[in-house]
Design a protein around this ligand. Structure first.
Ligand SMILES: [Zn+2]
Length: 477
């Protein structure tokens, strides 16, 4: 048993399904959930004589992703064949970019704790095709080729990630960035982003990285974190007992949180990569790139900075509001109509709206309360037509009945009483009914002030503006 301390090094390879309408080499629709083997054609079935033609939209999305991730573009890039046999790969090879990918040398910035940032270097971004899917049943294995030829980009990080938590944060930041950018739907349940994690341990102070093992196909932030945690434990055990880590490819069982060895890892030379003869190189021009730069949108990290500076929101609020593109757009639309204090809008969205939406598993885009209706409610509160307390009831009804705030306030007769004359009359009535309390108050029983406020509020059925009630009561008593 050795007591050595180990330093963890992690590199991630993330496969991202691009949100194009059609596949990369043919005009079949990208609909992996469609009826089994329904979105296929001679090209994606690899029939003899069929030839691939590159989908322009794939290149555009790959360039957009490269720009957002601070990559250097290769204005000339090529496709290569990666040869291997598997039943879900009818051609017997995958078309990918091996020798010269479309982009190299980028970086992704992670937001660690409050304000602290860490840059992770990215080695390459390449375009490739996805394979079909095997489905294993007790009676045998079945192949669904709907996914064959779906466009992917693969993004390879440098081995600069230092913990399981950091790896999960990297995966999430990458997912958010590319989803906001619109290059992927970002749907993790459907496998739109899949991550392979290379993990190695070396003794602290050692200049050489340890032997790495690769965990394949992690498809959620949690699984990335849990799988790497398990793997670090395993490698620590092996090394501290004097053993050697072998280069292997691993699978992760998310139910039992266990790692299993899938196969001994091959070398890249085993794939006999060679230039793809059926697809032309990708040639980018300065004009192409500057046209795409105009399509760049504000990324989540940029939004957070702007929310903090322009709207004076905290880091926490800015993070919650940018947790999805839809929520950020919802907030921004409310603010474009409301123009009041952003903190008010943020609170209503984060506390009330999200609670209702999460309960109903509803996305902000389909919220029964539209941004315009929420803005109207906020304006009614600011102009004191209704109190904050009434607003909560109105909000619930807006959610259930999909009506506007104004319509509900009228319908329910909820308008706050803000006329000094009307409140004065209510106070007169209360004073008249309570001669004993009045004389006690005037003889020094100050605490009875609350009694009068309560009576006036009760008489007004809660509609009198409390500030005005206090002010006028003080004058009259
Ligand atoms: Zn096809």
């Amino acid at each position: 048993m050795s007591n050595a301390q180990y330093e963890v090094t992690i590199g991630l390879e993330v496969h991202v399904q691009l949100s194009t309408k059609s596949k990369i080499w043919c005009s079949c629709a990208v609909k992996t959930m469609a009826q089994v083997n329904s979105t296929v054609c001679p090209v994606c079935l690899a029939m003899p004589g069929s030839l691939p033609v590159l989908n322009r939209a794939v290149v555009e999305k790959a360039v957009l992703a490269s720009l957002a991730l601070n990559f250097q573009l290769n204005y000339q890039s090529f496709f290569d064949r990666k040869n291997y046999f598997y039943p879900d790969l009818p051609k017997g090879y995958q078309i990918t970019q091996f020798f010269t990918p479309i982009a190299e040398k980028g970086f992704l910035e992670l937001e660690l704790e409050e304000g602290e940032k860490k840059k992770i270097s990215l080695e390459r971004l390449q375009i490739e095709e996805d394979t079909g899917k095997s489905q294993h049943a007790s009676t045998g294995s079945l192949i669904n080729l709907n996914r064959a030829g779906t466009p992917l980009i693969e993004i390879v990080s440098a081995p600069e990630i230092k913990s399981a938590q950091e790896a999960a944060l990297y995966f999430k930041t990458l997912c958010d960035t590319l989803t906001f950018l619109g290059v992927t739907e970002g749907n993790l349940q459907e496998g739109n982003l899949r991550c392979d994690a290379n993990v190695s341990l070396a003794e602290v102070g050692s200049k050489k990285l340890g032997t790495r093992r690769e965990i394949k196909n992690l498809n959620s932030f949690r699984n990335v974190e849990k799988a790497i945690e398990s793997e670090i434990k395993l490698q620590t055990e092996i090394l501290s007992q004097g053993g050697k880590v072998k280069q292997q490819t691993l699978g992760f069982d998310a139910n039992t949180l266990t790692i299993k060895v899938l196969r001994e890892k091959g070398e890249s030379s085993d794939y006999r990569y060679f230039p793809e003869p059926d697809v032309l190189p990708i040639l980018l021009t300065e004009d192409d790139v500057s046209a795409l730069k105009k399509k760049m949108v504000e990324l989540p990290s940029e939004k957070r900075e702007r929310y903090k500076s322009d709207f004076e929101l905290s880091q926490y609020d800015a993070s919650v509001l940018t947790q999805s593109k839809e929520l950020a757009l919802y907030f921004e639309e409310v603010m474009s109509l409301y123009k009041g204090k952003a903190k008010n809008a943020a609170n209503w969205i984060m506390v009330e709206l999200l609670r209702f939406l999460n309960e109903a598993n509803c996305s902000p885009k389909n919220s029964p309360i539209s941004p315009a209706n929420l803005a109207e409610l906020l304006l009614l509160i600011d102009s004191k037509v209704i109190s904050g307390k009434m607003a909560k009831d109105v909000f619930e009804k807006m959610y259930d009945e999909k009506k506007s705030a104004k319509a509900l306030v009228d319908e329910l007769g909820l308008s706050q009483i803000t006329s000094e004359e009307a409140i004065g009359k209510l106070i007169d009535e209360v004073i008249q009914k309570s001669p004993q309390q009045l004389s006690d108050y005037r003889n020094g029983k100050d605490r009875l002030f609350g009694f009068f406020v309560g009576q006036v509020m009760k008489l007004s059925q809660g509609k009198a503006n409390p500030d005005l009630v206090n002010k006028i009561l003080k004058e009259k008593l």
